[in-house]
Write a new protein. Structure first.
Length: 357
């Protein structure tokens, strides 16, 4: 086992900063604070993940005199240009924005010898087709590329063959996948889903919950229904204005609301420590999507549960996803043992949402 494997396994298994710490700590250690140039680039697929990653990196970099900058779409490009002309050594970015800065000659990458691709399977999907190839063309020939991915589709394998020389693979799937998350399903008719959700809210001991829908329209409709039932509820999806998304993301992480309804925007690497319940109001079609969704609970070593509302049309997808992930999704019992998902994070009096419905 080499030094990288030890560091990644230790961070992923034991430390609160998890995967982000597994790459950001060794990346920051390789930065020369005396050099006024971009030395490392971390690319992530969503703006929310970029902000979360930058918070961790900036905190760690304080002790090393290393300057970290985050840049994403949906923010003022001129402001980013002004900031990048100052001393910046590590950039965390979404693909479209960093390409804009490269094409304008603002982000000079000729001394950037480390590239990290977080959520590589998403970055190499059709949503970002060809972007990473363009990014790599701007890097020096001698560079180190690190890919972090919860799944290993053909696109990732093809990318590795094209751009990586003798890559070293570390597979933590057996140790980490779905660990600590108990999974249930409930067979319901479509018109019964809101009633079933209301029942779950009344019976479960929810610290915070994330509820997934398959479309942005259904996200907003469901959030409205939950609010009408008398529960505190936020919602977030990709069609919202970025400033609104940032506020929802920040406030939910701060514990100002117990329930969040969202689209798959929120499945990638977003860590909210208090989330102990994930509900698939709409069951996903792909095993990869399911894996990322329910992984939002059981973070930081805490336990969690995932509850799937299954209609007649979902029955085949349920069995297929069980087989593909090698996991078991059990019928929901009348009473769920709180020991399976309740981790005491704060005293009731300290919780902003305490006693709020």
């Amino acid at each position: 086992m080499n030094e990288w494997e030890i560091a990644i396994k230790m961070c992923a298994l034991f430390f609160p900063i998890g995967k982000t710490g597994a790459y950001s700590i060794p990346v920051l250690e390789q930065i020369d604070p005396k050099k006024d140039c971009i030395q490392a680039l971390i690319i992530v697929p969503t703006r929310e993940l970029a902000l979360q990653t930058s918070q961790i990196c900036i905190e760690l970099a304080k002790h090393l005199d290393v300057r970290v900058m985050v840049t994403t779409g949906g923010t003022n490009l001129r402001d980013d240009i002004m900031r990048i002309y100052q001393k910046v050594q590590v950039i965390i970015a979404t693909p479209g924005r960093i390409l804009d800065l490269m094409e304008k000659g603002v982000a000079v990458m000729d001394q950037c010898k480390i590239l990290v691709l977080d959520e590589a399977d998403k970055l190499l999907s059709q949503d970002f087709k060809g972007m990473l190839d363009t990014v790599i063309k701007n890097l020096p020939q001698e560079r180190q590329i690190l890919l972090f991915s919860a799944t290993f589709p053909l696109t990732v394998e093809q990318f590795m063959r094209k751009h990586l020389r003798d890559p070293y693979e570390i597979n933590l799937m057996e140790e980490l996948t779905l660990k600590g998350v108990t999974q249930y399903y409930a067979f319901v008719q479509e018109r019964q889903k809101v009633h079933c959700l209301n029942t779950l809210f009344s019976k479960l001991q929810i610290n915070q919950s994330i509820i997934f829908c398959n479309s942005t329209q259904r996200v907003e409709l469901l959030a409205k229904k939950i609010t009408e039932l008398g529960y505190c509820c936020y919602y977030i999806h990709a069609k919202m204005a970025q400033a609104h998304r940032n506020r929802v993301f920040h406030d939910f992480r701060a514990g100002l609301c117990r329930n969040l309804v969202c689209s798959d925007l929120f499945t990638r690497g977003i860590d909210v420590q208090a989330v102990n319940v994930v509900i698939n109001f709409d069951f996903p079609k792909m095993a990869e999507t399911y894996l990322h969704r329910i992984g939002r609970s059981g973070r930081f070593g805490h336990l969690g549960i995932a509850i799937n509302l299954i209609t007649y049309d979902d029955r085949f997808a349920l069995h297929r996803i069980e087989q593909e992930l090698g996991t078991e999704i059990k019928p929901i019992p009348k009473v769920i043992d709180p020991k399976l998902y309740v981790a005491k994070l704060l005293d009731d009096d300290d919780t902003p949402e305490a006693n709020a419905k």
